[in-house]
Design a protein around this ligand. Structure first.
Ligand SMILES: Nc1nc2c(ncn2[C@@H]2O[C@H](COP(=O)(O)OP(=O)(O)OP(=O)(O)O)[C@@H](O)[C@H]2O)c(=O)[nH]1
Ligand SMILES: [Mg+2]
Length: 645
């Protein structure tokens, strides 16, 4: 059976709770204090079976001091029942609640004129006119106006008929978002343990689901799920839902937390928004103002930074702003919220979350920031996704990062990402590409490619004798902010394009060869010769250079030449500055193998044995053996070595 959620709204004592009770038979006021004082203090819930549809009521308090409680329940409703007492007419919280619904973009509802038993026909038509004037130009213009009395029970049937009509036109909740339950109540129930309730704004919760509470990140398990007071196997979006939780104490949960699948959503403390300041706000909202922000069922304090030159948004105007929360909260792109002044607590604005994981903006980047925020507000999903990706810079975004910002399911993210990679000709939205699972803007990717090519070319100019630039150097210089995938993808792309060659640990230009002058060639041969002649009695580097007849002033140059010999394998670095000619090493390997054959089956050699075999002193024997261990020619066995096959 389809179900919808209707929130009551209206001034204190106008008959909201009485109405819910008359319809459902259940008194939504459950607190002893509410019963005693005859007013609603906190949210109340009751539901009504209309035969072909179920209506869940969220009954809110009308008292101006409890608007914050009203706000915890009004998010996520499908429609409002704006209640106006016929004997009092439109009053301050009639307007405030109605404005809140407008700011939250509630799309449907009806007006109910209560207590008609207390007034004459004439006054009733005056109040009706007043109500119509209030809603003129809003989503409630032309909505049904139902006069009724719970005393005489006149009008209740008409109201049921209208509710059924509304239920018919409420669209189904979108399946495009991951599960999210903003919690409005948490309590313990004897024999059950911890129970949380809320309006399931997206997705489903089934018994057995592993979930997490945000912002704390506490992991919990749904032991059982109830909808409309009955156990169900799963609750669906748009239903008032109660979840019995295992793995948590009631003291760890409070109103305003969100229940979500593990690892999907991310609490935030800085968000970029569009702010709509009410025409009735007493003054402009200025940068640095401290505000109460109502998001989902949460109320969080925030400081605002208005993103324009004046540093304020005037009553009746809209503008971009950044909110910095005093504590973390779950916020999603495209989510609406209400802003109240810190003191006195009055509703002064509403807003739309644009970037839920924002960073601080620099003043001189204002134009760019505006362009981004406009795109996040106006673009279709692929455009929004591309804008998020571009804003992330070199770091790029993974699908999970997009999910944490938007609450989109994997399928929606995949679909949007695919579309965003098609070239567009609008030019307004950035294009993006997929670097091994990390999405990055084409602009950033191209920039990194250019920088890499330039850096490698410059390096070759500076060090013509070097084989290439170390990968690590490149990464440290230009890719510290980039995801490793982006680094790899840039190199791979440049290789594919034929510009660069990536070898094990270096990157070089494809056409870069080490052209040596005749003099350098001679130098190279001399050094190689010096090492070859000394065989296993390897000289120190300085000795080798002296032997090769190289002047002290040319040492630095000679070292570069030596590096070439190492690069091409003529020389082998055994340890630090200790080099051997490759021939000598090969010769020694041959001797080791012969020795092994003669010492089958254990193939063991100790250090003295090795010294004899190689004809070297301990100074060389140990580094050589360690080198052979590294090269897997030998393997240590106590103070001996096994010579491997
Ligand atoms: N005569 C008459 N009295 C009514 C009617 N509906 C409600 N009342 C009375 O009005 C008073 C307030 O009713 P509630 O239903 O508590 O009003 P409310 O809007 O829920 O008030 P808050 O939740 O505190 O904002 C109660 O004493 C009700 O008995 C009605 O149709 N006729
Ligand atoms: Mg009430």
């Amino acid at each position: 059976m389809p179900s919808i959620i209707i929130g009551t709204a209206g001034h204190i004592d106008h008959g909201k709770s009485s109405l819910v009770q008359a319809l459902t038979g259940k008194d939504p006021d459950r607190l002893p204090e509410e019963k005693r004082r005859g007013i609603t203090i906190d949210l109340g819930f009751a539901d009504l079976d209309l035969g072909d549809v179920r209506v869940g009521f969220v009954d809110v308090p009308g008292h101006e001091r409890f608007v914050k409680n009203m706000l915890a329940g009004v998010h996520g409703i499908d429609a409002i029942a704006l209640v106006i007492a016929a004997d009092e007419g439109v009053m301050p919280q009639t307007r405030e609640h109605f404005e809140i619904c407008r700011l939250l973009n509630v799309q449907r509802g009806l007006v109910i004129l209560t207590k008609t038993d207390l007034v004459e026909e004439e006054l009733l038509s005056l109040v009706r006119a007043e109500a119509e004037e209030l809603v003129a130009g809003s989503f409630l213009e032309g909505a049904p106006v139902v006069p009724l009395s719970v005393r005489s029970r006149i009008g209740l049937d008409e109201l049921r008929a209208e509710l059924r009509q509304i239920a018919k036109v409420i669209p189904e909740r979108s399946p495009d978002f991951v599960t999210r339950l903003p919690i409005d109540r948490a309590f313990t129930m004897k024999g059950f343990g911890v129970v949380v309730t809320g309006t399931l704004v997206a997705g489903e919760i089934a018994a057995g689901d592993e979930l997490e509470l945000l912002p704390s990140g506490r992991r919990v398990r749904a032991r059982g799920v109830q909808v409309h007071g009955a156990l169900v196997s799963r609750a669906r979006s748009g239903q008032r839902t109660a979840v019995n939780l295992a793995g948590v104490e009631v003291g760890e949960i409070e109103r305003g937390m969100t229940l979500a699948p593990i690892g999907r959503l991310l609490p935030t403390q800085i968000i970029d928004v569009e702010l709509n300041v009410l025409p009735t706000a007493p003054r402009a909202i200025r940068t640095r103002a401290r505000l109460r922000v109502h998001l989902g069922s949460a109320e969080v304090l925030a400081r605002i930074r208005v993103l324009n030159n004046r540093g304020e948004v005037s009553p009746g105007e809209s503008g971009f702003a950044q909110l910095r929360f005093e504590s973390p909260v779950v916020a999603l792109h495209d989510e609406r919220f209400i802003v109240r002044s810190y003191s006195p607590a009055e509703t002064i604005a509403g807003g739309l979350v644009l970037d839920p994981q924002a960073t601080k903006h620099r003043g001189r980047e204002m134009a760019r920031t505006h362009e981004r925020l406009r795109s996040l507000r106006d673009a279709e999903r692929p455009g929004k996704l591309a804008t998020f990706v571009a804003a992330a810079g070199d770091r790029g975004l993974r699908a999970s990062d997009i999910g944490a910002r938007t609450g989109w399911t994997d399928e929606i993210i995949l679909q949007a990402a695919k579309q965003a990679q098609q070239p567009t000709n609008t030019g307004a939205t950035p294009t993006i590409m997929d670097a091994d699972g990390v999405l990055v803007s084409t602009e950033n990717f191209e920039r990194l490619s250019r920088i890499t090519t330039d850096e490698v070319n410059r390096y070759h100019e500076r060090e013509p004798l070097a084989r290439g630039l170390a990968r690590e150097t490149l990464r440290e210089r230009h890719f510290t902010h980039a995801a490793p995938e982006v680094f790899r993808a840039v190199i791979a792309r440049l290789e594919k394009d034929g510009n660069l060659v990536a070898e094990k640990d270096i990157v070089r230009a494809r056409q870069h060869g080490q052209e040596l002058s005749a003099a350098d060639e001679q130098l190279r041969d001399k050094i190689a010769q010096a090492y070859k002649q000394s065989a296993l009695a390897a000289p120190t580097l300085d000795q080798a250079l002296v032997e090769a007849g190289i002047q002290a002033s040319r040492r630095t140059h000679a070292r570069k030449i030596l590096q070439l010999l190492l690069d091409d394998g003529t020389l082998v670095r055994v340890q630090g500055e200790m080099f051997f000619h490759a021939h000598s090493i090969e010769h020694l390997k041959g001797l080791l193998r012969e020795f092994a054959t003669a010492h089958e089956p254990d193939r063991l050699i100790d250090v003295p044995g090795f010294k004899d075999l190689a004809g070297v002193s301990r100074k060389y024997a140990i580094p050589l053996l360690e080198y052979f261990d590294r090269e897997r020619v030998t393997v240590r066995a106590g103070d001996k070595r096994i010579i491997l096959k």
